[in-house]
Structures are given as C-alpha cells and as structure tokens.
Ligand binder design. Structure first.
Ligand SMILES: *[C@@H]1O[C@H](CO)[C@@H](O)[C@H](O)[C@H]1NC(C)=O
Ligand SMILES: *[C@@H]1O[C@H](CO)[C@@H](O)[C@H](O)[C@H]1NC(C)=O
Ligand SMILES: *[C@@H]1O[C@H](CO)[C@@H](O)[C@H](O)[C@H]1NC(C)=O
Ligand SMILES: *[C@@H]1O[C@H](CO)[C@@H](O)[C@H](O)[C@H]1NC(C)=O
Ligand SMILES: CC(=O)N[C@H]1CO[C@H](CO)[C@@H](O)[C@@H]1O
Ligand SMILES: CC(=O)N[C@H]1CO[C@H](CO)[C@@H](O)[C@@H]1O
Length: 864
C-alpha cells in the first residue's frame, strides 16, 4: 500500500501547513540567532514581490503561490517616485495601493519586510527617487545634506504613519515584521567621503525614532549603527557575518536570477545553484533569507531604470513574469524550504558546529543537549562528486550540493537532486480578432504622423547644448534639438567627392538624426555604456538646412555613487565634417530650439480618442515617428496575455490607455555568451547561463488580463524607428510540457519524510510525481517515458543504452486522466532492464483543460 501512504502524506502535509499560521500581534526583536517574534526565535524565508510590477488583480494569486512555495514573508520596496510624483501630491491607488498589498500578504499568512529606502535601486527609474528632488536648490542626494534629509525623513515618516494608522506593524497585530532604511549604501559610500558616516548615523536614528516596534535593517552596510541590523545581498551570503554579536545573520537579497537589459542576452540561474546557496546559508548560521526576486513582474510605463533595463523584469524568478510557476525552480526551492523548516527547532536552539569531512567537504551540526539534531552536509567542490562518512553512515554528495538531514541521519533533500516537476512554459499564438469583421484582420489600423522637429508652442530657444534630464525633468523620453544652418554654394561640403558627416556626442541613451525632414541615421547606447558617439553620413543642400536631433532616454540610471547627476542627451560636440580638406563646422554653441516630448504626447494620443486618426491613403510601414491605433478582441480564456512585437522597431505601447511599457524587439542580444546547456556547478555569475543570444532580448510584452475588457479593446503604439504593425500578434502564456527525472538514488519525497517514522522512511523509495499546474487540468498524454539510463532535459529527453520496454505503458496507466500521479522509481515497478547499473525514470507529459462534462478522478491520486 505504498500508493495509499503517499496520498495520505499529501493530505497531512496540507493540514500541518494550515495548522501553524503566523501569530500576528507580536513584538519583534532579535538576537544573534535570529528575529524573535512574540518571544519565539525564528528561521525565516522571504521573497521579493514589488507590488507595482504586477496588478492588484494578480496579487492574491502571487501571494498564495509564495505561501505555497514555503515562504514565511514577502519583501517589497516602496518606490517614492511612484507615490509622490509631484511634491506633496501622494498617490496610493491601483497598482500603488501599498496598504492593500500588505493586508493581502497578511491574509495569505505571510509576514512583510517593508523596504522603505527611500532609495531603492531595483532597476527602477532613477532608483525610486522622484525627479523633483533633483531640482531642490542646494540638494545633494544620499548624503549628509539638510534639504535631502528633510525630504527623506518626511517621506519615510509618511509611509511609517500610513502603516501605523492601518495597524500593519506586527507590534500592532499586522504582518510587517521588519523595515529597511537606505539600501546598499555601503557599496558606494566611500565616494561621499566623511559625510557618508554622519548620514548613515542620522538615517539610523531617524528610522529608529519613528518607533515602529519592529527592527530596521540596512543591507550592504558593514557600519550599520546599533540597533540597525546590517544584512547581506548577493548570489551567496554564507560567508557573511553581521557587525555585532547580538545581530542575526540576514540575507536581504539572494539574487534568484538576474535582470536583463536591451541588447544583452537574458540571464538564468539554475535551480540547483539557487538551492545550494540557500542551503549553504542556513548551514552556516543564517536565519533570514530573501529571494530577490520571487516574482519579478513587469516594468510598466516608463518605470524601468538602468538605463536600458527591459520592460520584462522576469528575473528568472520562481514565479515568472506572467504569474506562472517556474518549474522546477519553484518546486525545488519549496522542497528546500520544507527541509529547512524541519530543522528550525534545532537551528534556533543553538549555534552550528562545522567540521571537515575532507577537502571541500563540510558537515554542520546543530545539536542540543535536549536531543534536537539537524545536520547539513556540503560538497563545495565544483567538479567531483564525493561519498562521505558522517556519524558512521555513508552519504553520496554530488559536486556543488548540500544534503539536509533534519534528524542528523536521513537525507530529506539534496540540492542537486530535484524531486519537483519541471515545466516548459511557452507563448501560444492567438489570432488578433479585430472587431471590424474584414478579410484582412489588420485593416483596422489607423495612424497619425508625428512631425519631425519642433511642433509645439512650448518650444524654447537657448544657446548651446542642454543636458536632457535637467531640461525634460523626465516628463518624456524625448527631447528635440533643432536648428537651421545655412550652407553657401562654395562650401567644401557641397563639392563633388566630399561626403559630409554629422558628428554627435551624446551622454545617451539614443539618437535619431533628421536632415531636412528625412531620417539620416540613428544610434543607441547600451547598459554598460549608454553614451552615443556617432558619425552619420548626410547630404546637405545649398542654402538652409534643417537639423533635427531627437534624443531619447531609455530609463534613468538607478545605481552608483552620484548616479542621479549622470545626465543624458546631446551635450556635444555636434559638428558637420567634410571629407575634403577636413573642414569642420561646430554647431555646439549655436542657438538651438528645444521641444520637450512629442506632439502626440501633448495631445494624449495614447488614449486613442483623437479626431486626427486617419486610415488613408496607405498604412505607413517602416517609417519613423508614427502613432498607430487599432482595436481588437482579447484572446479568450484566462491565460495570461502577451503581445509579440516582432516586426516593430522601438517605441511605447498602450492598451485601453494603460502603458504596457517600452517595446524594442529590434534590439537583438549579442551573439556570444549563451551556452546550450547550463552547468550549475561552481560560483554563479549572470553571464554564466544566458539565453536569447542572436535573438531579440525581449519580443513578448505582458498585457495584464485586468487591463483587457470583453469586446473591443484599443491599442495605441508610438513607433520611433519604423515598423510594420500588421506583423504584431497576440499570444497567451501556457504551460507546455511537464517533466520529471528521478533516479533510484534520489531522496524520498519530502511529504513522505514528514509524516513517517524512521522505520517507514527506511522502507520508502524515490518517487516520481507529476502535477498539472492548474486545478482543472488533467494529464492527457505521456510524450516520453524511459526507465534505465535516459538522457537530456525536459522537452528533449532521449533513451539511453539501457531502457525498459514497459515504461511508457506503465506511466500511462498510472497517470492519464489525473491531475497528478506518482510512481515509485524502482525495478519492482518497471522490471530491471540492466542489472547492476544505477537507473532513473524520465517522463515528459502534457496536461489539458478538464472537459467539464468528463468525470475525472479530481483531487485523488492514483499511484503505483
Ligand atoms: C510589546 O512590548 C510592549 C512594551 O514592552 C508591551 O507593552 C506590549 O504588551 C508588547 N506587545 C505584545 C503583543 O506582546
Ligand atoms: C565510517 O567511519 C567509521 C569510523 O571510522 C567506521 O567504523 C565505519 O565503518 C565507516 N562507515 C562507512 C560506511 O564507511
Ligand atoms: C556597449 O557599447 C559600447 C560602446 O559602443 C561597446 O564598446 C560595447 O561593446 C557595447 N556592449 C555591449 C554588451 O553590447
Ligand atoms: C543640471 O543642472 C544643475 C543646476 O544647474 C547643474 O548643477 C548640473 O550639473 C546639471 N546636470 C547635468 C547632468 O548637466
Ligand atoms: C551591488 C549590486 O550589484 N547590487 C545589485 C543587487 O541587486 C539589486 C537587484 O537586482 C540591484 O538593484 C543592485 O544594483
Ligand atoms: C577651401 C579650401 O581649402 N579648398 C581646397 C580644398 O582642397 C582642394 C584640393 O586639394 C583645393 O583645390 C581647394 O582649394
């Protein structure tokens, strides 16, 4: 009756989880082993979800998935520029409803770590600072400067008071157990000289004086003044120690993945390595860890920073941009969390003792006189597997892995052996249904041309080249620099054989140069170097020549010492250079005319409701500076929706008046650096496991379901460089295949571990489980099954030399028609195709939506 036992185990696990909700209404303090909540020392696992990077309609689901993934807490920044776009005018509506988010987290049984900052970094526009700060006379940001400190204190107090009024601190019965002041200042503080120290002391005492009843942290701040806890951020924090003995070891940003920027490949972090870093942290005395990000989400509107950070902030996080579980990362980390939780009593009771079991092999034991015992066995070698002898028993440790033994005897999990299912999520193309029924689905496009150069009454003239951010105050991505220059007939520029070049130096981030109304050339910087130095071949005419430079920002800088003063735009020189006689005309100090933003922005074309939209004579394609509009019916169903912008150049897109962000499918990631497979063994860096080389960095753009309505929806695009809107298509985000690959040497499933006594555990065997991602789905097809020595990864498994004949039919019998199923991985189930060889079972399956008329075994589990 093994199958029966597994089914019971799952039910019990749910009961166990439900029976221990977080006890709100508790003072929070700390000591050297952890946060102490309501008098109880805790080992906690947290994950970052930035509320404004999803919609309120997504929050409950994201928070529930976080809770189900084994998190105790969620962490979020509070982005000042979102909440106070104009000084003194606050906005906490919609996606900015911080109070609602914190309450929903509490309702989901999660605690909250509120990082008020107010400096946030976070690849967010201008690091979260409102642009108006920059214009306060005498201000210097993030240092001991009175105007800055006054504003920082006002906003911090505003947020703290809001939370207090709603009783959201744990000390008041709410979910907030921790706050943060400043962020990663220790990384850059030397650039601010002596003022850095006085600023940090001030920030600490200002925060403490707000009297929240919960501790404050500063991350990456080794001199954090008491009682502020200094915490670590990084890919690994196992070697970190706090700056005082009475402070717990806390990890506020464990980078579960990494952000991506336009023009670069997309980084991934393997689940095995993230799990390894987590287990190592708790092994070596860690008490609080936060995944940055647990759900990354989307940089809607003009909120991405960098510059050049993509609109997608997916981050390769355990929950993907669209809110789907990223498997096996989510499931594997969940197993690690459950294993750590099984150790919690021992972890909080004592300090760890670590001994060497050989080169790069470490055993850590948490053991009390009262008989509690938990152990972590680590192999930190990035090449060789090892077998170690620990307490008289032998354990196999794959390279770069940790085994967790909650009873100091039985392995609950090894970080390199994934028990969780893997899934392949994919975009499924959907027909764009125009509500105008017509042969050509795209005949519904209308357009408005954005004029080249100055068109607004608010344009102004100044001598010399102006820095862009000082000029636009970031009201728009765009700033026009225009002038007319007279070229006389005898100038060398006009002679036969002379090629005139327009030379432009710009701090960035991009530039389109128009000569006499025609696009002559363009250039863009990148994440590592946003500036633009370009020579564009142009043709001048005798007489007046109009030079219009459209300079653009692609998200403002968010990191680095004095990042707020880096600047952008055409700062010069701007020159005309002839190839004959090296003649040069410098235009830099001439009288330039400036226009902030576009005419279409001024008219509010993004709403779609202008009388200027035209449909004749022919739809402009591959022409710069065009506004496009169409209406469409949303893809049916409830799957998340994306737009595939392939065919377009670069621009911004609005759905029913809501900005879904900047699109830039034409920016292709460099060709180098991607590896077909990804070795998780060894220290991770973002360039280690990249994808999308030679492809657009971002092709699909998220449209939240709640921004779509039944019937007709409006899409407006502003295309800068030229594109063909008829190539745009819709897609839904779906789970393709689910896979699992379990060997005879895998640890037994954790749920079996939890409910059974040691004797039963010894009897239990590794088990392969498949789960459809959604409640009303069942397993419809087994695409691949092999017991023996199968190879490859999900989506491309293949049979090895050793392969039993019956695997496919056995798995089909066990799984088809069920939401989930589990199968013991042993020769008893499958017969032994090759005696003496270690075998494994690999399965790829697909799920389908359950037909409501079909009677499925919903909820039950059929097991072999
Ligand atoms: C929290 O601490 C304060 C001050 O020590 C005390 O008055 C209060 O009762 C405590 N609250 C709880 C919920 O324990
Ligand atoms: C482990 O070491 C102990 C003590 O040296 C020894 O008695 C025992 O046989 C070893 N066990 C294994 C499995 O190697
Ligand atoms: C970024 O731009 C600089 C300057 O043009 C160039 O040298 C560098 O190779 C670019 N980097 C990437 C990653 O494309
Ligand atoms: C913006 O203007 C301020 C005040 O005039 C000046 O100090 C600063 O250098 C300017 N910033 C840039 C990047 O040019
Ligand atoms: C020092 C460093 O790289 N810090 C980064 C840590 O990760 C956060 C989130 O991705 C970034 O905002 C920081 O720049
Ligand atoms: C203006 C000027 O210097 N023109 C000279 C450019 O070079 C050609 C060929 O060397 C001369 O013929 C021009 O006089």
């Amino acid at each position: 009756m093994r199958g029966g036992a597994v089914a019971v185990a799952l039910d019990l696990l749910l009961i166990v989880a439900a029976a221990t909700p977080f006890c709100f209404g508790a003072n929070v303090t700390y000591d050297h082993r952890g946060l102490v909540i309501g008098g109880r020392r805790r080992v906690l696992i947290s994950g970052s979800i930035h509320y404004m990077r999803s919609t309120p309609q997504m929050w409950s689901d994201l928070l529930q998935k976080s809770k189900d993934g084994g998190l105790d807490a969620v962490q979020t920044f509070v982005f000042w520029n979102l909440h106070e776009p104009i000084r003194g005018q606050y906005d906490f509506t919609g996606r900015k409803d911080l109070v609602k988010f914190v309450k929903l987290a509490g309702e989901a049984g999660l605690m909250v770590h509120l990082r008020i900052g107010p400096y946030a970094c976070a690849e967010w526009n201008y690091g979260g600072f409102p642009m108006w700060l920059h214009f306060i006379p005498g201000i210097v940001l993030r240092t001991d400067n009175e105007p800055f400190k006054a504003e920082m204190k006002r906003f911090t107090a505003k947020i703290v008071n809001m939370m207090k009024e709603e009783n959201l601190y744990a000390s008041q019965g709410g979910p907030i157990i921790l706050s943060q002041i400043e962020n990663e200042y220790g990384n850059i503080d030397s650039a601010y000289g002596k003022s850095a120290q006085t600023y940090i002391s001030w920030a600490a005492s200002m925060a403490v004086s707000l009297d929240t009843g919960v501790p404050w942290v500063m991350c990456q701040q080794s001199d954090a003044p008491n009682p502020i806890i200094n915490a670590c951020n990084g890919f690994y924090c196992d070697k970190f120690t706090p700056n005082a003995n009475n402070k717990p070891k806390m990890w506020t940003e464990n980078w579960s993945g990494w952000f991506s920027s336009f023009g670069d490949p997309v980084p991934r972090r393997p689940a095995e390595d993230t799990a390894f870093s987590t287990a190592r942290f708790y092994q070596l005395g860690g008490s609080f860890l936060n995944y940055y990000m647990y759900h990354g989400g989307t940089n809607f509107g003009r909120t991405s920073g960098g510059p050049f950070i993509t609109t997608s902030y997916d981050y390769d996080a355990p929950i993907d941009e669209y809110g789907l579980l990223r498997q096996p990362k989510w499931g594997h980390l969940k197993d690690v969390h459950n294993a750590v939780k099984l150790c919690e009593e021992a972890l909080v009771a004592t300090d760890p003792t670590t001994t060497s079991l050989g080169p790069k092999l470490e055993a850590t034991v948490y053991q009390t006189e009262s008989g509690l015992c938990a152990a972590f066995l680590a192999n930190v070698d990035d090449q060789s597997d090892a077998t170690v002898n620990f307490s008289g028993h032998s354990y196999h440790l794959p390279a770069w892995s940790v085994s967790i033994l909650p009873d100091c005897r039985t392995v609950a999990i090894n970080t390199a052996k994934i028990n969780s299912v893997a899934t392949i999520s994919k975009f499924v193309p959907q027909l764009l249904q125009n509500d105008k029924t017509s042969e050509d689905a795209f005949s519904g496009w209308s357009w408005i041309n954005e004029p080249v150069g100055i068109s607004s009454n608010s344009a102004f003239t100044k001598p010399g080249l102006q820095e862009q951010i000082n000029t636009t105050a970031d009201k728009s991505d765009y700033l026009w620099y225009s002038l007319s220059t007279t070229i006389k007939g005898d100038e060398p520029f006009l002679k036969d054989g002379s090629q005139t070049m327009l030379h432009v130096n710009s701090l960035g981030h991009g530039l389109y140069a128009f000569i006499n109304g025609q696009l002559a050339g363009s250039a863009k910087g990148n994440y590592s170097d946003p500036s633009v130095y370009v020579d564009i071949p142009i043709n001048l005419v005798s007489g007046e020549n109009k030079i219009d430079l459209l300079s653009l920002t692609v998200g403002l800088q968010n990191y680095g010492a004095f990042y707020d003063t880096k600047g952008a735009g055409v700062t010069g020189p701007v020159q005309l250079k002839g190839s004959l006689n090296q003649s040069t005309i410098d235009l830099s100090s001439k009288l330039w005319t400036y226009q902030i933003g576009l005419r279409g922005e001024e008219l509010g074309l993004f709403t779609g409701s202008s009388s200027e939209w035209i449909t004749q004579p022919t739809l402009p394609k591959n022409q710069p500076l065009v506004w496009y509009k169409t209406t469409f019916e949303a893809p049916t169903g409830s799957s998340p929706v994306a737009i595939n912008f392939l065919g377009m150049g670069k621009g911004q897109a609005w759905i029913n008046g809501q900005s879904i962000g900047r699109y830039w499918p034409r920016r292709v990631a460099s060709n180098a650096g991607c590896t077909g497979s990804c070795n998780y063994r060894g220290s991770f860096s973002p360039s280690r496991c990249m994808k999308n080389c030679g492809h657009p960095t971002q092709q699909f753009y998220h449209v939240p379901r709640s921004w779509l309505q039944p019937g007709s929806n409006t899409m407006v695009l502003f295309e800068e460089m030229g594109g063909d809107p008829t190539q745009i298509s819709f897609a839904t985000r779906e789970t393709g295949s689910i896979c699992s690959h379990i060997s005879e040497t895998h640890p037994i499933p954790l749920n079996t571990w939890i409910i059974s006594d040691e004797e039963t555990r010894k009897q239990a065997q590794p088990t392969l489980s498949l789960d459809c991602p959604l409640d009303n789905q069942v397993i419809s097809e087994i695409k691949f099954a092999s017991f023996g020595t199968p190879q490859g990864v999900c989506g491309s498994f293949s049979h090895g030399e050793c392969s039993g004949k019956e695997a496919l039919s056995t798995v089909e019998k066990a799984c088809i028609g069920l939401r989930s199923c589990s199968i013991i991985v042993s020769a008893d189930t499958f017969g032994d195709p090759c005696g003496g060889i270690a075998k494994s079972l690999a399965v790829e399956a697909s799920c389908k939506w359950l037909d409501p008329h079909e009677d499925a075994y919903s909820g039950s589990i059929r097991s072999l």
